[in-house]
Write a protein that binds this ligand. Structure first.
Ligand code: SF4
Length: 334
């Protein structure tokens, strides 16, 4: 029997009320189910506004879920009273997208990294905290001399290193990386990704890695989930999503990846994604992608396709691939 996953998310839903909108809600996350095995990376991908960051923030309880379950190492987080969340929070940390906005400009780097330490280990002396902070700064490629500087004195890449140090100082089990490289120069992105991979090996970390483009998760993910308008529409091993994408939205995302070589770019067929993401306040009935899908059929506007295992370990929510014996409730990738 396989080991229990570190994170299990089941039917997670997060709706936000619309201000002045009566009973109308924003369907940020709808019925999302997946799990992440210990020491592996799950890439969560989709266009801006598809709900992936809301999903991550609901998992970590920055937002309270509307319904559904989130288990960390078998312990329920979604329904856990706020006062009991503290020990769980130490085990789950987040690296944010924008290293410019996520660090307090009035605090020194030392104090930024000390903040979570002080919150979780109040008995730690200043000297003990400093020892841990200096060691962590060196691990992320900075030096102890950087500790007394302010975030605005650093480059984007250095700020993200500070953000990583702040997330890892508590030795978490799960790290949610919310587009950690998309605000950085291309030349820095590979350095940060390589550093995150090295930490994963060394510390046995489990990552939920969020990105808006499939090229960004390609080299870090073991499994990939694709989200569209609050729902998971495809999920499988990372290699499989690039070699055999089944959902028309995933195919469109793949065709949208820019090709750096202009000669190869000229050979590429037209990009598959047209039109804008519909409003998550009134998502389209049936398959939410039907307003943009080149293969839409009459049934697509009427019936929502269930997420089914179309091939071993490969789940997809599309009427083109729904097997006759689909049991959506048992969907899970191993
Ligand atoms: Fe396209 Fe229909 Fe599949 Fe939705 S269910 S992705 S509209 S073919």
């Amino acid at each position: 029997m396989s080991e229990r996953p570190l994170l299990r998310v089941t039917n997670l839903t997060k709706h936000f009320p619309v201000r002045g909108g009566g009973r109308r809600v924003v369907h940020a996350v709808d019925d999302v189910t997946f799990h992440i095995d210990r020491g592996t990376t799950f890439g969560l991908v989709g266009e801006s506004g598809c709900g992936k960051s809301s999903c991550a923030r609901t998992i970590i309880r920055i937002y309270d879920p509307t319904s559904g379950s989130v288990e960390l190492d078998g312990q329920e987080i979604a329904a856990c009273p706020a006062r009991e969340l503290m020990p769980m929070r130490r085990r789950m940390q987040m690296i944010f997208q924008d290293p410019y906005a996520s660090l307090n400009a009035r605090m020194t780097v030392r104090d930024i990294i000390a903040e979570p330490l002080n919150a979780h280990f109040a008995a730690l002396s200043r000297a003990q905290a400093d020892e841990m902070i200096f060691a962590m700064l060196e691990k992320v490629g900075l030096t102890r001399e950087h500790a007394n500087r302010y975030a605005h004195e650093f480059s984007g890449g250095q700020r993200q290193r500070v953000g990583i140090a702040r997330a890892l100082i508590l030795r978490p089990d799960l790290v949610i990386c919310d587009e950690p490289i998309s605000a950085l120069d291309v030349s820095i992105q590979a350095q940060i990704v390589n550093m995150l991979r090295d930490f994963q090996q060394e510390l046995g970390l489990t990552y939920l890695f969020i990105a808006h483009d499939l090229s960004m998760v390609r080299y870090v993910s073991d499994h990939v989930g694709v989200m569209y308008l609050g729902q998971l529409v495809e999920m499988c091993a990372a290699d499989e999503i690039y070699s055999h994408p089944l959902h028309p939205y995933t195919q469109g995302l793949l065709q949208s990846i820019p090709i750096p070589d202009p000669r190869l770019a000229r050979l590429k067929t037209a990009s598959g994604l047209e039109g804008d993401l519909p409003s998550p306040i009134d998502p389209p009935a049936g398959c939410r992608f039907h307003t943009r899908c080149p293969y839409a059929m009459a049934v697509c506007a009427l019936e929502q396709p269930p997420l089914c295992e179309a091939a071993p370990g490969h789940c997809v929510a599309c009427h083109l691939h729904t097997p006759r014996n689909c049991d959506a409730k048992s969907v899970s990738i191993e």
